[in-house]
Design a protein around this ligand. Structure first.
Ligand code: C5P
Length: 233
């Protein structure tokens, strides 16, 4: 049974209690739906990449909702209720923070910065302070602390993986869910849709910015990223 349909994924119930099936779609959007396309093969790439990243995370001590990839476009995950928070970690300034705070593009942010955004399309995903998160009842003080610590740990592991691929992790967005046991776990997806990644040397983008800024082929870029991942396995 279809439980949820988002811009890039569908989530289904399965016959196994506590397990969902996620189907990655061939759809791509940017600017909260302003740009919208169907790209045959995009769902496959995101599914393959996201599964590999979750497996890399698990091998480096980071638990997630990921259970197993069951086809080119589908994976099984633990059933969680997604917390409507987009947790963004930034190692270098790019994207919305450059516009919001007038920072120089690619200026290092040391220590890395963690930001919360409200996952709400109607409101345009506004940035939230910790007090907003508390006021909206999205997380407790302890949970906010745990989310930030988890986000920074994920940043360390993901940055190391990218470095092995001779890439630099500029920033990324993650989401967390609450399992049936009440524990908070990394969920959703991690892929070039949700990260900004550039070549260490050439600074060429290996992420969705090529689609957002119409600077290249998304499918070619994601294929090149996937090949780099395969090469470090
Ligand atoms: O747009 P902004 O600069 O805040 O994005 C920061 C990071 O979060 C980028 O890597 C972007 O791909 C990711 N992001 C996302 N989904 C959103 C907003 C941002 O994956 N809705």
């Amino acid at each position: 049974m279809l439980l949820y349909e988002g811009k890039a994924k569908r989530v289904f119930n399965t016959e196994t209690d506590g397990v969902y099936r996620i189907e990655y779609k061939d759809e791509v959007t940017a600017g909260n739906g302003e740009k919208h396309d169907f790209l045959t093969g995009k769902g496959r790439l995101n599914n393959l990449i996201s599964a590999d990243i979750f497996e890399y995370m698990a091998a480096h001590g980071i638990d997630s909702h990921f259970v197993e990839r069951i086809s080119e476009t589908e994976q099984l995950v633990r059933a969680v209720d997604i917390i409507p928070l987009e947790v963004v970690v930034r190692n270098f300034a790019a994207g919305s923070i450059v516009k919001r705070l007038g920072l120089a593009s690619h200026q290092p942010l040391d220590p890395p910065l963690v930001e919360f955004f409200y996952k709400n399309d109607d409101l345009g995903d506004p940035i939230l302070t910790d007090d907003h998160v508390l006021m909206l009842g999205l997380a407790t003080t302890e949970e906010i602390k745990a989310l930030k610590a988890a986000a920074l740990k994920i940043n360390s592991v993901l940055s190391r993986m990218m470095a092995e691929m001779e890439l630099s992790l500029i920033d990324f967005k993650i989401e967390f869910g609450k399992g049936q046991d009440g524990n908070i776990v990394l969920a959703d997806e991690i892929s070039p849709d949700t990260c900004r990644i550039v070549d260490m040397e050439t600074k060429e983008n290996f992420d969705k910015d090529v689609y957002r800024n119409s600077t290249g082929s998304l499918l070619d870029t994601y294929t090149a990223f996937y090949n780099k991942m395969e090469a470090i396995k």
